[in-house]
Design a protein around this ligand. Sequence first.
Ligand SMILES: [Zn+2]
Length: 245
Amino acid sequence: MVAHSEKSISLYEIEESLAELLSARDEVTADLRYMEVNTIDPQDYADKQKESVEVERLLVEYGERAVLKVDGWHSAIRRMETDLVAEKEEKAAISARISRTEGTLKRLKAIGVEIMRKFDKKALVGTAGRKLSRCGNGGIQPLDIQGWDAENEKWCYPYPILPAEFQDVVVRMPLDMYFACGMDSRCTEISRQPANGRIREALAQPCPTCGGTAQGLHCDDCNDTGKASVPGASLAIRGEHLRLS
Ligand SMILES: [Zn+2]
């Protein structure tokens, strides 16, 4: 009988070796599959099979050694499960606090802008150089799509006025079907959304009835704006925001 002390292995070592063995098994399995469908030297195939058997043997051996650490493993998992629950609760509480603060901040700023607008003031001056100013939002004009909740990115009702050519659809389909550009029952619709880029492009075009000039006559189609229209879509007025200085 050979006297040898059972070398104790740490949990970390078990995890590392296990991960290595599992990826080795994946590699060997993939190699074997490749060899089965391709012409290769029978000796190479036999070697690969031996390798596969060895990896499986090592996996069993590691499993047996890991069992020796069962208490450590057990308590580590239990501890992590408890930690995870506490951490998720903490995350939810923080998220709730963040949205409350965001909401209050938004309201406070909106009230500031509203009051200044009411009294037709561009700015309100406090003490020690503190100042609140009303500034026009930069960037592009916001797009207003009837029935589309832009903040939550969803439709408020199922049949939008917006024509199909101005909507994008996200679908899931097999790649071969995608290549063939076909549609059949294997195609699943995931979501629909306004095609903002195409809508803006269309709205920037001149009115097709008056050619964008209205020619001094009243144009019912564009209401003398000279711009083309898209049913259910319009450009909104740029809003204002509050600036602190
Ligand atoms: Zn017109």
